[in-house]
Design a protein around this ligand. Structure first.
Ligand SMILES: [Zn+2]
Length: 138
C-alpha cells in the first residue's frame, strides 16, 4: 500500500487527519522496513502522553503495523517520551520521536486549527525517517 492510501485508511479509522497520526504511520512503516514481521508476530508498547494530539500516534501505529488492541498485541504506557518499543520474534527495536522534531512541529502548529493540518500531515508523510526518529536496536 502506498503512503497516500495508507494515510487515507488511517484517517478513515481514526476519524480525522493529524500530524501525530502520520507520525504513528511512519513509525510503523520504519519498524516494518527494519524488522519486517506482521500484525501477528509483533508485540508493541507505545509510550506516550495519554491525551491527544500525541496519543493519536497510537492509531497510526495500529494501522501501519496491524498490531491492534483487539489482538492484545499493542499496549500503551504513560510517559513524557514519545516512542514505540517493538518486538518481532527475537528482535527488538526502540523507535523514539526526536525532541527536535517535536519542537519544530510544536512551533508549526501554534495558532493552527488542529482539524486543518493537512499540509503539515503531508509534510510528515514525506520527511526522511531520520529527521523524525531515533532508532535503536536493543
Ligand atoms: Zn487524533
Amino acid at each position: 500500500m502506498d503512503k497516500k492510501a495508507l494515510l487515507a485508511k488511517a484517517v478513515d479509522y481514526h476519524g480525522h487527519i493529524g500530524v501525530f497520526l502520520a507520525v504513528g504511520l511512519r513509525m510503523g512503516l520504519l519498524l516494518r522496513e527494519t524488522l519486517g514481521g506482521d500484525g501477528f508476530n509483533t508485540q508493541t508498547l507505545i509510550k506516550t502522553d495519554l491525551k491527544p494530539p500525541r496519543s493519536c500516534l497510537i492509531d497510526g501505529v495500529q494501522v501501519a503495523t496491524g498490531c491492534t488492541l483487539g489482538k492484545m498485541n499493542i499496549r500503551v504506557e504513560e510517559s513524557s517520551d514519545l516512542m514505540g518499543v517493538f518486538t518481532v520474534e527475537e528482535q527488538k527495536v526502540e523507535i523514539e520521536v526526536k525532541k527536535s522534531f517535536l519542537e519544530t512541529m510544536k512551533e508549526k502548529m501554534v495558532g493552527r486549527d488542529r482539524h486543518h493540518l493537512d499540509d503539515l500531515t503531508e509534510e510528515v508523510m514525506n520527511m526522511e525517517a531520520e529527521d523524525i526518529f531515533e532508532l535503536r536496536k536493543i
